[in-house]
Write a protein that binds this ligand. Structure first.
Ligand SMILES: [Fe+2]
Ligand SMILES: [Fe+2]
Length: 135
């Protein structure tokens, strides 16, 4: 079963940002699938973690650039939350690189729920703002 399923209500009305959000969740789904597999290869999980960290880096940077360019007032809180998440994710990655064979379910749930809440509560705000402006 899928660990996360995309719903229309997650949309921020900007296709590129929606795709990036979807990609993050699909990477998380891959970690979940990995966890459930037998005969796990920790190297593979290392790769998934690298992808997650790299992906979040790109997404946050692009989102912040978009908000900056459009002088969106909610930029500072976005940056703060993005930094928090970056730090958390890096911490989980480092823990894992020290030798854990799976990612604890509680970590996956944290990553999923944090990201989902961030999209619904904060990203949605710029989405609705730009939608109103008709841009
Ligand atoms: Fe964001
Ligand atoms: Fe986002």
């Amino acid at each position: 079963m899928e660990f996360f399923k995309w719903k229309d209500q997650f949309s921020v009305y900007i296709p590129e940002m929606d795709q990036q959000h979807q990609k993050f969740f699909s990477l998380l789904n891959n970690v979940h699938i990995y966890n459930e597999k037998q005969g796990r290869d920790p190297e593979f999980l290392n790769g998934l973690f690298r992808d997650l960290v790299a992906y979040v880096e790109v997404h946050f940077a692009e989102e912040e650039t978009l908000l900056e360019k459009n002088k969106f007032l909610g930029l500072e809180i976005q940056k703060k939350q993005h930094q928090y998440f970056r730090d958390q994710l890096a911490q989980f990655r480092d823990q894992h690189f020290k030798g854990d064979a799976i990612v604890p379910q509680s970590v996956l749930v944290f990553l999923r729920d944090w990201f989902m809440r961030h999209v619904l509560e904060l990203d949605k705000k710029y989405g609705e703002h730009f939608k109103k402006l008709g841009s």
